[in-house]
Design a protein. Structure first.
Length: 504
């Protein structure tokens, strides 16, 4: 008698609820599938990468989530098998973010009905696969329906049909209907925060170090894969999501100390054969304490520009694990030998992984730990502290000069701050030659950036062409009022939006 292997129906529960205990994770799963499909469409020359888009609509009134992408889609004659197979994906981890064939079923546990609709370019058909999740939950009640195995459960709860579609269209749509009204899946703000941290989205325009990071990565041969992801409660109210990284931030939960990025450190991790395993960056700052904003704190790992693990995954590489929370930075994995595990909460722990973690510990982990301890010593030395603060002023002024001033008022404030720091540093009483040398160098840097600032009359509003004299004057008044009443970060964001709208 031939042995028959029977896969129990509860395997499905283990691969859905058991695998995705945090409901938000399903957004990552669907996004990475969308990104893979978009790259396939671009590689097949169905479209340009500039036309790509992923849209997430969270309809809180209808308790429904829709995730759309204009990627390659799935052929109609392959749709049912592709979308109901479990752990049987044809994707390879070497060139795809999703590759285990599990993630697309992540939504089964959190809604009453899961619908996949897809169209493939060149076909005049769209395929629709529906999972009856309410029936699925009934079939998985322990001690009942014992006659069902995994295959019969899937057949019982799924339906499939096709409809006419334009041959030119290609897309994939996920719809989750009947989500519990109190589910985090319907909380737009929390989902947007999650995607900002996890998704392969661009840096925001107010993060002035983005171009420096990307240019440095290009020198290493890494072109960051960034995708436009939009979110909202209605189709006509979607807005784009950007990474949360910031130039300035608050450190130390108790003291609420304001800190600012003064420089970006780029680092590379190599394997035993001198091949690149990863490229990363971290922000140089005053290291005043743990970063209060949890969206940006922590050195984080990404593969395919999608987060692996979370803000605490790399804490063990630091001399004191809490130092990870003082850090803002990212590590982009390049090697295919580091493979994300099924949960994506870390990498598979093989010999390559252990070597990689050792290199991080000896390298960037040790470097940042040393800088944090040195910064603590400097804070107890008034001369070093003032010089450090003055160098931050120089860095900030250089950045503003490069971007253009938000307003005439901002330029005058920058000039005033530089002059104040020249006076402060000039009056410092130094005790050792090294401090005197640092004092002289800092005064020289301040004087140089003051000269640049005084000669630079470029305002951001000058980037708008074809505006009349009166309109330009109104914009200058508005920008001065904004500068007077709001933080620089808010003015940067608002003025950039105003300029973009007027350019149209």
């Amino acid at each position: 008698m031939e042995n028959v292997i029977k896969i129990g129906k509860y395997t499905l529960e283990s691969l859905t609820t058991g695998m995705y205990t945090d409901p938000k994770i399903i957004y990552r799963e669907y996004i990475q599938n969308s990104v893979d499909a978009i790259e396939e469409a671009v590689n097949n020359r169905y479209m340009e990468i500039s036309d790509a888009k992923i849209e997430i609509i969270i309809d809180q009134d209808e308790y429904k989530v829709t995730i759309y992408d204009n990627g390659a889609g799935v052929k109609a004659n392959e749709a049912y098998n592709t979308l109901t197979d479990i752990g049987n994906s044809k994707k390879k981890h070497t060139n795809n973010r999703g590759f285990r064939g599990i993630g697309r079923l992540g939504g089964l546990s959190y809604c009453d009905k899961l619908i996949f609709t897809t169209s493939y370019k060149g076909e005049n058909t769209k395929a629709i696969v529906i999972f009856n999740c309410k029936r699925l939950k009934e079939l998985l009640i322990p001690g009942e329906y014992d006659q069902y195995d995994l295959t019969s459960v899937i057949k019982e709860v799924t339906s499939f049909y096709t409809e006419h579609e334009s041959e030119d269209l290609h897309y994939f749509v996920v719809e989750m209907e009947g989500i519990d009204e109190f589910s985090v899946l319907l909380d737009v703000d929390r989902i947007e925060s999650y995607i900002r941290q996890v998704g392969p989205v661009p840096y925001s325009k107010i993060f002035s170090w983005a171009s420096q990071i990307k240019d440095a990565f290009n020198d290493y041969g890494l072109n960051l894969s960034e995708f436009p992801i939009f979110i909202g409660t209605k189709q006509n109210e979607l807005h784009q999501i950007f990474k949360p990284n910031k130039d300035s931030f608050v450190s130390d939960m108790t003291k609420k100390l304001h800190d600012r990025i003064s420089d970006i450190n780029i680092f590379e991790v190599k394997d035993e054969y001198n091949d690149s395993m990863a490229i990363g960056w971290y922000a140089e700052c005053s290291w005043l304490g743990g970063i209060v904003d949890k969206e940006i704190s922590g050195l984080r790992m990404r593969k395919g520009n999608i987060l692996i693990g979370d803000s605490k995954t790399l804490s063990p590489i630091f001399k004191e694990e809490r130092f990870n929370g003082w850090t803002q930075g990212e590590i982009f994995i390049l090697t295919d030998k580091l493979i994300p595990n099924a949960r994506r909460d870390d990498f598979e722990q093989n010999d390559v992984y252990y070597y990689f973690m050792e290199q991080l510990t000896q390298g960037v982990g040790t470097d940042i730990s040393r800088k944090i301890r040195e910064a603590s010593k400097q804070r107890n030395n008034p001369v070093d502290k003032k010089i450090k603060e003055a160098k931050m002023v120089v860095s900030n002024a250089v950045s503003i000069n490069q971007q253009g001033f938000n307003s005439d008022l901002e330029k005058s404030l920058v000039e005033k701050e530089i002059k104040q720091n020249i006076d402060i540093i000039s009056n410092l009483k130094t005790a050792i030659p090294e401090q005197e040398k640092m004092k002289e160098e800092t005064i020289e840097e301040l004087t140089k950036v003051l000269d640049i600032t005084q000669k630079n009359d470029h305002l951001k509003v000058y980037n708008i062409k074809n505006l009349g004299k009166r309109e330009m004057e109104v914009l200058r008044v508005v920008s001065n009022v904004l500068t007077k009443n709001l933080t620089k970060e808010c003015v940067d964001m608002l003025l950039d939006e105003i300029i973009e709208e007027l350019k149209r």
